[in-house]
Design a protein around this ligand. Sequence first.
Ligand code: PLP
Length: 392
Amino acid sequence: MKISERIGHVEYAIRDVILYARELEKKGRDIIYLNIGDPVLYDFKTPEHVKEAFVKAVRSGQNNYAPSEGVNELRKAIAEKEGEKGLPCGPEGVVVTNGVSEGVDMVMASILDPGDEILVPGPCYPPYSSYARLYGGVPVEYRSSEEEGWAPDLDDLRKKITKKTVAITVISPNNPTGAVYSGKALKEIAQIAAEHKLYLICDEIYDRIVFEEFESMARHADDVPLVMLNGFSKVYLMTGWRLGYIARNGRSKLLDELWENMPKMARLRIASNTTAQVAAVEALRGPQDHVREMVSKLRERRDYVMKRLDAMDGISCVRPKGAFYVFPKIDMKDRWKSDAEFVIDLLKSTGVITVHGSGFGKKYGAGHFRIVYLPPVGMLEEAMSRLEKFLK
Ligand code: PLP
């Protein structure tokens, strides 16, 4: 039977590698999963007051469809949060989505026609390229400089703008590198977007999972057509509830037409989960203590993993400043032909599952692999010891 050509281009390396692990697990192997960025699978739990708000919403009968653009009180609370970060969007400038993932889908569907180019960081969280391709767009990677802590290479970014470019994507804190972009870099990217009249698509889903200072693109965007993507999966530990949002820069008139049209995508899929939205209001407005605790645990785990990786021959690694990933470079020697081969060899030999760097972009991700350092130190210790032995 026929399948569409476009579905053939869809890839999601992070979940694709699991298939190999499942096979090994069936044979009784003990697998250490360091491939998926889901904190709730480890010792980070959805805050109690947020869970309570969810249960209360179910019990009090809020089980109907929500408005397509989102529950009003949540849109207000999101506008407050983004407003504090420097983005004047107002509740009407917010569309609530089923995770940032659906937000990426809606944005790409709303701005790309076949042949249009979109700049994405290289390496990059894969759905940006996959959704762009799904709508016939062409993702073009701009280089991140490993020597400068995976900072965006702005000369390369400028060079890659063509007549077909419609948007620049920025992800800070970054997946997979853990880089947090400096205010100077953000300002310059915003200026480039203004100069060329491009959309600036920013993903700040890890905005509070940082070990040093964080600056939002919103502070530098002025009246640039900035479209902000953010959500509840990571900072609020609500991965399974699938909730995110798209917020606009209210200062940019250039976004008016997009904002008249994009909500049609929201209406098409009716609405996001109502009860999760009610709970998300509590997440944003209620106690925030869990964030400090999470960052402090993650700092310890990052430092531990970095200490171990630094002591290993055959890999080198930039110290991440945010999120919960490290992206080491592999010294391939003649042992492996590609990072994908390295990752499969590592999995089969040790049971440790990571993600190959080229899954985050063929050009700038190749020769690397991504480790998620969410598990407790005991599990990380075992994983690092297996990796060390493997490299030896
Ligand atoms: N954006 C980035 C940069 C991510 O790393 C992830 C998940 O790993 C997502 C979005 C997915 O977010 P959500 O769970 O809200 O769909």
